[in-house]
Design a protein around this ligand. Structure first.
Ligand SMILES: Nc1ncnc2c1ncn2[C@@H]1O[C@H](COP(=O)(O)OP(=O)(O)OP(=O)(O)O)[C@@H](O)[C@H]1O
Ligand SMILES: [Mg+2]
Length: 272
C-alpha cells in the first residue's frame, strides 16, 4: 500500500494513534470510511439547514395582504362548498395539473381570474405548496396592494425604498412568484366625460417600472422561454389590465394560453 495515495489527513490521524497506515490497510480503510460517513452526515445536515433557511428567507421576504402569511393546500379545497360543485372540482383539478407540470420542470405563467372570494389566492398557494413539497422550489408571494402601499410610503421612509430594491431582486429570481390581486391597486374605474366611457387610471409609473423589470427578468426574449413560473391572480380582465399597465408589462406577465388560465367565473364568494 502506497502512503502517497492516502489522504494526508487520514495518514496524520493514524500516526497520531501510533499506527502505520502503510502497514495496516484494514484499519486505514475503516478510518477512511468513518471519516467519509461523518463528512456525509455533516453535509446533509448543512444542506437541510440551508434548505430550511432558504425557504424561511423566501417566506420572510414575501409581502402579504394581512398581517400574517397565508397558506393553503389542495387537501383543503372543498368543491362541496360551492353551488356548482362540478365547476369547483374542475377548477381544483386544473390547478393540480398546473402544479404537476411545474414539478416536472416546466416554467410558465399562470393566470387565475375571477370574482372576489372564489378561491384564486387559495389555489395559487396550493400550487406553490405542492411544487415546493415535491420539487423543493420555494415561492415568493407579493400582494399587489401591499406593494402599492410601499410605493406610497417610500419617499417618507427610506427604509421602504431599500426593501423595494431587495424585494425586486428576490422577485426576479424566485422559482415560483405569486403576484396576488393584480389590478386592485389601480382603484375604481373613472368616467370620461369626453368619451362617455369608464376606464381605469394607469398605475403609478414607478410601480409599473418595478414590475416591468421583474417580468422582463423572468422572461427570456431570445429563447422565448420563462425563467421560473409566475402566478397572477386578478379580478380584472386582460382588457382592464392594459388600461392600468403598459402593454409590454402585460404581455410578459399575463399569459394568453387558455391551458395556463383558470377561470373562476360561476363560483360563489366563499367569504362568510
Ligand atoms: N373551494 C374552497 N374550499 C375551501 N375553502 C375555500 C374554497 N374557496 C374559497 N375558500 C376560502 O374562502 C376564502 C376566500 O378565498 P380566496 O382568498 O382564495 O379568494 P380570492 O378569489 O383570492 O378572492 P379575492 O379576489 O378577493 O382575492 C378563503 O378563506 C379560502 O380559503
Ligand atoms: Mg385573492
Amino acid at each position: 500500500m502506497e502512503e502517497l495515495s492516502l489522504p494526508p489527513n487520514i495518514v496524520a490521524m493514524m500516526r497520531e494513534q501510533g499506527r502505520d497506515p502503510t502497514k495496516d490497510p484494514a484499519a486505514f480503510a475503516e478510518m477512511k470510511k468513518r471519516k467519509e460517513e461523518r463528512e456525509q452526515s455533516l453535509i446533509s445536515k448543512w444542506n437541510q439547514q440551508n434548505r430550511q433557511q432558504k425557504v424561511k428567507s423566501w417566506l420572510q421576504d414575501s409581502i402579504w395582504s394581512g398581517s400574517r402569511p397565508l397558506n393553503f393546500t389542495f387537501e383543503r379545497w372543498e368543491p362541496d362548498m360551492q353551488t356548482n360543485t362540478q365547476l369547483a372540482r374542475e377548477v381544483g383539478n386544473s390547478a393540480w395539473k398546473l402544479a404537476k407540470r411545474m414539478i416536472a420542470g416546466e416554467q410558465f405563467n399562470v393566470l387565475m381570474v375571477g370574482e372576489p372570494g372564489t378561491g384564486k389566492t387559495s389555489l395559487a398557494l396550493a400550487i406553490a405548496d405542492k411544487v415546493f413539497k415535491n420539487a423543493e422550489k420555494p415561492y415568493l408571494f407579493i400582494s399587489t396592494m401591499k406593494l402599492f402601499g410601499m410605493f406610497n410610503e417610500r419617499f417618507d421612509n427610506p427604509e421602504v425604498g431599500h426593501k423595494l430594491k431587495d424585494l425586486q431582486k428576490k422577485a426576479k429570481q424566485a422559482p415560483i412568484l405569486i403576484i396576488d390581486d393584480f389590478g386592485t391597486e389601480a382603484g375604481m374605474k373613472i368616467y370620461n366625460e369626453n368619451t362617455g366611457k369608464t376606464h381605469f387610471k394607469p398605475v403609478r409609473k414607478d410601480m409599473q417600472e418595478w414590475l416591468y423589470e421583474v417580468a422582463d427578468a423572468r422572461y427570456d426574449e431570445y429563447e422565448n422561454a420563462h425563467r421560473g413560473s409566475t402566478i397572477v391572480t386578478t379580478n380584472n380582465t386582460s382588457g382592464d389590465l392594459v388600461q392600468m399597465y403598459n402593454p409590454k408589462l402585460i404581455s410578459r406577465l399575463i399569459t394568453k394560453r387558455k391551458g395556463n388560465t383558470i377561470y373562476f367565473e360561476g363560483l360563489d364568494d366563499m367569504r362568510g
